[in-house]
Design a protein around this ligand. Structure first.
Ligand SMILES: *Cc1c(COP(=O)(O)O)cnc(C)c1O
Length: 363
């Protein structure tokens, strides 16, 4: 069996430190907004060279609270990609604002900046680029457009902790960087968790208030907020893991390089890595018109693979009636052709060879 991710291998490698960190929280019995959350916020802000980081309950809330901090509301429009996890656009809809989908580039699966301007209207307020699969979106043109039209930029970094765009860490380029620590992400905890980073003090303060029932002082509430705090136990786990994230991302890059060497087929398109970016390979995603056949061949040999994502968001039932049916051809074609292969820092060369051999022999 070769799984998509093997969380056990990673846990075994850091078990002593993790168990001690959790044990310490249990001993102190300070479970909500304790010292580990505060320290992790400082460490993650430092890692990204930004002034503020605010721990929240999950990556979806990180995006939701960033939109709320920007005062996104009913009838506002927010531009994003249709080729992403539902959460990216779900939060726009939850605020009764309207997601406006812009097609992607085929090599990186990220929003195509050249197509953004045509979709800007008087109601457009923000852009949410997603650094999908660990490859940075092309941020310079996105930032240029946002400055010209006065739009906020909220980076969805859920799959790209530590990825670099022209030497800058993703999340530190736009107004906000939103992270998820869901167990399968590159930097992950043992439950749900998320973080918003920003260089704007007022925005950081707004998010701190929103995450804790809309108030700064207990039992005094200024705005309608949420119960969306990062859990102290998860923060303790994340502090242990943060010390290793660069090595783990390097392990993913090594695995990707091996896939590139071992997969030898003209009819399979390997994922791009732009020369000015450092991809962190949350996923290694190939494209083939024979995708379904490759998937069943892998499965019959005990090798997992997955389709992220089978239906682009503009074609989802939940967004029917928005007038956003497309066509968005690159996204639709990608949905029909993509296949993500087993990818985690501890995957062995032997395992990558086995996966690649099955792919090379598929008819
Ligand atoms: C995982 C993910 C999210 C949501 O994060 P959760 O912590 O699961 O709420 C948002 N956007 C993208 C692109 C993701 O992959």
């Amino acid at each position: 069996m070769i799984p998509m991710v093997d969380l056990r291998r990673q846990y075994e490698s850091i078990k002593t430190e993790i168990d001690a960190a959790i044990g310490e929280v249990l001993g102190k019995t300070q479970f909500i907004l304790g010292p580990n959350v505060a320290e992790l916020e400082r460490e993650i802000a430092g890692f990204h060279d930004v002034s503020h980081a605010v721990g929240v309950a999950n990556g979806t809330d990180a995006l939701l609270l960033a939109l709320r901090a920007c005062d996104i509301r009913q009838d506002d429009e927010v531009i994003t990609t249709p080729f992403t996890f539902i959460a990216t656009a779900e939060v726009i809809g939850l605020l009764r604002a309207r997601p406006v989908f812009v097609d992607i580039k085929p090599g990186t699966f990220n929003i195509d900046p050249a197509l953004i301007e045509k979709k800007i209207t008087a109601r457009t307020r923000a852009i949410i680029p997603v650094h999908l699969f660990g490859h940075p979106a092309d941020m310079d043109p996105v930032m240029d457009i946002s400055r010209r039209y006065g739009l906020r930029v909220i980076e969805d970094c859920a799959q790209a902790f530590g990825a670099l765009y022209r030497g800058r860490k993703v999340g530190s380029i736009g107004d906000f960087g939103c992270f998820s620590f869901f167990p399968s992400k590159n930097l992950a905890c043992y439950g749900d968790g998320g973080m918003v980073i920003t260089g704007n003090q007022d925005m950081a303060e707004k998010i701190r208030i929103l995450r804790n029932h809309g108030g700064r002082v207990k039992y005094y509430h200024d705005v309608l907020g949420y119960n969306s705090r990062l859990d102290e136990i998860q923060a303790a786990v994340l502090r242990v893991k943060l010390r290793r994230i660069e090595a783990w991302n390097e392990g993913r890059r090594r695995a990707a390089a091996l896939y590139r060497t071992f997969i030898r087929r003209e009819d399979i398109i390997l994922p791009d890595e732009a020369p000015d970016c450092t991809h962190v390979y949350h996923q290694f995603t190939i494209r083939s018109t024979g995708r379904d056949r490759i998937m069943s061949d892998l499965s019959s040999r005990g090798i997992a693979s997955a389709v992220y994502y089978p239906v682009p968001l503009h074609l989802q039932k939940v967004f029917a009636g928005l007038g956003e049916e497309g066509p968005l051809q690159v996204s639709e074609r990608s949905a029909a052709e993509v296949l993500s292969l087993p990818m985690f820092p501890e995957i062995t060369e032997e395992e990558i060879r086995r996966v690649s051999d099955v792919i090379n022999r598929a008819v």
